[in-house]
Design a protein around this ligand. Structure first.
Ligand code: AMP
Ligand code: MG
Length: 341
């Protein structure tokens, strides 16, 4: 398949991409979280193309992207709490799961009776959805199992030749996928996937925030979100997250050969080796979120490493999202190093 590359100049430059969506094709487009691979959410054939292009199992549902949260009632059964949250955080990096209306095809929701709704804030995503005139079902625009794409080059690497069009929109602002929440009948907000809309922000809207155990622990059981059971973000060499103080971590890493490292800026002077990548300052979770997937992809391209080690990130704010993605990339492999003193 010949993939059309679209460079954004003005709204009119997106019309070919909008036409592809209306005609049942699929388009990769930038959002403020990661790039998405979109198709018409009313068209089961478009959903099928998305699953095929990604190599994604078809029981892992897609998120439906809208231009305006006030239209949500057309697609799902809304609640007062939905609108409170939507007013606060939409457009933005939040996906809310609601009971779906019947004309959202089962192929989009992986057979579930719920649908995840999101209103992206990225100007290109907003204009594209508006021009298309249909809700846009989209997962991340990566090959299944690979880190989500946070740069145009990542999408080209994974999907050039597999999709109808790719829109170049530079680098993603947040770099981790949207926060996903489900609203329970008793007012509880259940966090299924952490992101840039943090627990701290959500707790202004409910006294009961429940973090799904799969966010921090290896999942085995019946998945609430089908995505939970699949391997994610996995680099080609096995990855282990290191828990320990600076001295313990430096001594451990400097005793290893043929390893890749993901660390913080402050660690760089203390770690020897050629394949050491920093995802940002230790205290700066926002930068770490932005850079993590790029670090994982860079390490994928490196020859001559057998294993990858990453430092343990902070777990508060958007740091919880960094922690969650790193653990998933590591298949929840964590090694705790004893303190040196
Ligand atoms: P992606 O952002 O590419 O990882 O894909 C969308 C994510 O949203 C997947 O992890 C899905 O499992 C999750 N998701 C989408 N719709 C639902 C839903 N109705 N219930 C639970 N999770 C969902
Ligand atoms: Mg994904």
């Amino acid at each position: 398949m010949k993939t059309q590359i679209i460079r954004y100049t003005n709204k009119a430059s997106l019309e070919p991409a909008a036409a592809i969506l209306r005609d049942g094709g699929i388009v990769a487009f930038p959002t403020e979280t990661v790039y998405g691979l979109g198709g018409n959410a009313f068209d089961p054939a478009a959903a099928k193309k998305i699953y095929e292009a990604k190599g994604r199992p078809s029981d892992n549902p897609l998120i439906v992207h809208l231009h305006d949260y006030r239209t949500a009632g057309q697609y799902a059964h809304t609640t007062p709490l939905f609108f409170e949250l939507a007013e606060a955080f939409m457009p933005g990096p939040l996906t809310i799961i609601l009971r779906k209306r019947s004309f959202i095809p089962d192929s989009v929701t992986g057979g579930l009776d719920t649908v995840g709704l999101r209103v992206p804030s990225h100007p290109i995503a907003r204009e594209l959805i508006e021009l298309a005139g249909v809700p846009v079902a989209a997962p991340s625009a990566n090959l299944s199992g690979k880190p989500s794409p946070t740069a145009f080059s990542h999408v080209m690497h994974d999907l050039n030749g597999r999709v109808d069009a790719i829109i170049d929109g530079g680098t993603s602002e947040f770099g981790v996928e949207s926060t996903i929440i489900k609203l329970e009948n008793d007012g509880t907000i259940k966090l299924l996937r952490p992101g840039a809309i943090t627990i701290e922000m959500l707790s202004l809207f409910s006294d009961h925030i429940e973090v799904d155990p799969a966010v921090t622990q290896k999942f085995d059981g019946i998945p609430l979100a089908p995505g939970m059971k699949y391997r994610h973000y996995a680099p080609s060499s096995p990855l282990t997250v290191l828990e320990g103080d600076n001295d313990a971590v430096y001594e451990f890493l400097n005793g290893k050969e043929r390893c890749g490292v993901i660390c913080f800026d402050e660690d760089l002077p203390f770690i020897r080796g050629k394949h050491v990548y920093t995802c940002g300052p230790r205290e700066d979770s926002l930068t770490q979120a932005k850079r993590l997937f790029d670090c994982l992809r860079r390490l994928d391209d490196v020859e001559g490493i057998d294993v990858i080690f990453a430092r343990m990130p902070a777990k508060v704010g958007i740091g919880l999202a960094v922690f969650n993605r790193l653990l998933k990339a590591a298949g929840f492999s964590v090694r705790t190093l004893p303190p040196k003193r």
